[in-house]
Design a protein. Structure first.
Length: 209
């Protein structure tokens, strides 16, 4: 199976949701599902689901629907989850520790291989199975170890300089929790804003009467 070249980022962002729902179906021993049944569970239209899957070849069978295990495996392959990527985390304060210690993040295609901070009260501690190193050791560590991605949990005031250091060492993918949107040509950023999600919830809780 070959992935089509032109796939919108909106479709790509829905793939992890499909993966998560299919994982739940497998846990509940559900072996097949129609696009209508999947749409009811996910809050998407059946037409949208079929269009999304058609970007990658379809997977369904008319009159049968989708084989849950097969579809789960196909989406896993599309997302590249079976190919483990090595990641480091920069900034091991409260949020950084929570990220490093959350095994779910590192059961879906990533492996934590290093953790860094500038706070000497944190350096030397163990988080996510890694001994925290001082950030001064970054360049040497990256020279000696293959790393695919950096997780950023640093203050907004230092995030750009940290990105410059890391890109100079060859890092081209970032999971950025620093509350600053960063875009650099040829570098992949997933900028995560937890407050955006909180404000969205706040809006939904407002009395609209």
């Amino acid at each position: 199976m070959e992935k089509k070249k032109a796939v919108s980022i909106a479709v790509v962002r829905r793939l992890p949701r499909y993966y998560r729902y299919l994982e739940e179906l497998l846990r509940n021993n559900i072996t097949k599902i129609s696009s209508k049944e999947l749409s009811d569970r996910m809050g998407l239209t059946a037409s949208q689901i079929r269009q999304d899957f058609n970007c990658f070849g379809g997977f369904g069978q008319q009159g049968y629907g989708y084989n849950v295990e097969l579809l789960y495996s196909e989406i896993s392959e599309i997302l590249g989850i079976s190919t483990v990527k090595d990641a480091i985390i920069i900034g091991v304060g409260n949020l950084g520790r929570a990220l490093a210690n959350n095994r779910d993040f590192f059961m879906h295609g990533f492996r934590l291989v290093g953790a860094f901070d500038v706070n000497m009260d944190i350096v030397g501690r163990t988080v996510g199975g890694q001994t925290v190193r001082h950030s001064d050791e970054l360049e040497k560590f990256l020279e000696e170890n293959h790393v695919d991605m950096a997780i950023l949990s640093v203050p907004p005031t230092v995030v750009r300089s940290m990105v410059d250091r890391l890109t100079a060492c060859g890092i081209k993918a970032f999971w950025n929790f620093s509350n600053v949107d960063i875009r650099i040509e040829g570098v992949m950023f997933e900028n995560v804003h937890l407050v955006d999600s909180l404000m969205t919830l706040h809006y939904r809780m407002l009395d609209k009467k």
